[in-house]
Ligand binder design. Structure first.
Ligand SMILES: Nc1ncnc2c1ncn2[C@@H]1O[C@H](COP(=O)(O)OP(=O)(O)OP(=O)(O)O)[C@@H](O)[C@H]1O
Ligand SMILES: [Mg+2]
Length: 374
């Protein structure tokens, strides 16, 4: 389906959002974080700022929260104090109210960025280098399975969207998300979205959707985020012909990615030996791209590593690119360089096997290594 024809549900009229309406219309604000009636924070340029804005009372805030949640056919109450919703402009909303929210209702809005950041934007913002992107493009073309990892709000979904841009137009893509955020440019994209249990019906989990997607003849599966037992289904899909799939995962260090996948696979409830899980991870996952939000508010790809194999019980990795920090400039911004470690990535062999050319951006980095490695 052509994505432009799909209208997300939910309120589109900011005027019903009370005092936060101007924040929603301000393009510099990327996130609105309401903590009770009086503390409203925003994110601007990657930094969190307290605004002078407030609601008249918790009751006024609750009225706005109810309006948002009920517009998407859900309910929020003392019995059911957590809710996800979405505004008609695509912004993602999460709400928690008392008693689980101790100091008053919490409302979080991750604003939808129309026309998401592109590869050129990320290079301009210093988030990644041209050659690192060249390598990531090679990974996608070579049908490597890629995991984008990082902490909360580190830019994982944005990078996944950019990487999805390299998927060839003649392949069938299925996307699976908790809340549809990806904006792929290709036409042939089947989009699936999970939903919680509610008045609309039973819960449909990411895991249900991964299983369902496998019956839709996908060439590639893009899962917005893996955070539960669907990790097992995803690994199996990656190992059984749906190579070239991609996902994101919450982890604070690239090494933690592997441990976290292991934990998530165990959540699937099968009594699999750890060694067997690690073997599956090793053969399923080829590349891990790790992002960090640095103290200066910038987001960067700090490491790109390949999973190379197993030694005894331990999964081995090798770094292909790293961001090396060299200090702070006068404005307190982190300065540094993206460097290739000089190791010829294995993904390039897959590219050769498929008879594809190395992207121009990385030819000078890896061309000679190709010969010396023979
Ligand atoms: N490289 C970047 N430079 C500047 N801003 C960015 C960058 N990447 C993403 N952003 C912005 O940061 C915010 C969070 O990005 P994104 O949703 O991609 O993060 P995430 O890691 O997927 O978050 P979550 O953990 O909530 O899933 C968005 O407003 C996005 O536009
Ligand atoms: Mg995300």
């Amino acid at each position: 389906m052509n994505q432009a024809s799909r209208q997300p549900s939910g309120p589109n009229d900011y005027s019903r959002l009370g005092p936060i309406a101007p924040l929603m219309s301000n393009p510099r604000v990327t996130e609105v974080m309401v903590m009770g009636a009086h503390d409203i924070y925003v994110e601007v340029d990657g930094k969190i700022l307290l605004t002078p804005i407030s609601f008249a009372s918790d009751d006024e805030l609750m009225a706005v929260i109810r309006y948002i949640v009920e517009s998407v056919g859900r309910r929020i109450s003392v019995e059911s104090p957590l809710a996800d919703a979405r505004l008609a402009d695509g912004s993602r909303v999460h709400v928690a109210i008392p008693p689980v929210a101790v100091d008053g209702p919490l409302l979080n809005i991750r604003k939808f960025v129309r026309g998401p950041l592109t590869m050129e934007d990320l290079i301009r913002l210093g988030s990644c280098s041209e050659s690192a992107f060249g390598f990531l493009k090679a990974c996608v073309l070579a049908r490597a399975n890629v995991v984008v990892s990082g902490g909360t709000g580190s830019g994982k979904t944005t990078l996944l969207n950019v990487l999805s841009g390299y998927l060839p137009d003649d392949e069938r893509i299925v996307t699976i998300e908790d809340a549809a955020e990806l904006q792929l440019r290709q036409r042939h994209v089947a989009r699936l979205e999970a939903r919680p249990a509610g008045p609309e019906g039973n819960e449909i989990t990411i895991r249900d959707l991964v299983t369902s997607s496998l019956r839709m003849r996908p060439d590639r599966i893009v899962v917005g985020e893996v955070r539960g037992p669907e990790a097992l289904d995803m690994l199996q899909a990656m190992n059984t012909g749906h190579d070239g799939s991609m996902t994101t995962l919450h982890a604070n260090k690239p090494r933690d990615v592997l441990a976290r996948i292991e934990t998530l696979v165990l959540m699937a409830g099968y009594d699999l030996p750890v060694r067997a899980i690690r073997a599956q991870i090793t053969s399923a996952i080829n590349v891990i791209v790790h992002l960090e939000r640095l103290r200066d508010g910038t987001r960067k790809v700090v490491q790109i590593s390949e999973v190379t194999g197993m030694e005894e019980e331990v999964i081995t990795m090798q770094d292909v690119f790293r961001f090396i920090r060299s200090g702070l400039d006068q404005q307190g911004r982190v300065i540094g360089r993206f460097v290739s470690t000089g190791i010829r990535p294995r993904v390039l062999d897959r590219l050769d096997d498929l008879g594809l050319e190395m992207p121009a951006e990385i030819v000078s980095l890896f061309h000679e290594a190709a010969h010396s490695a023979q």
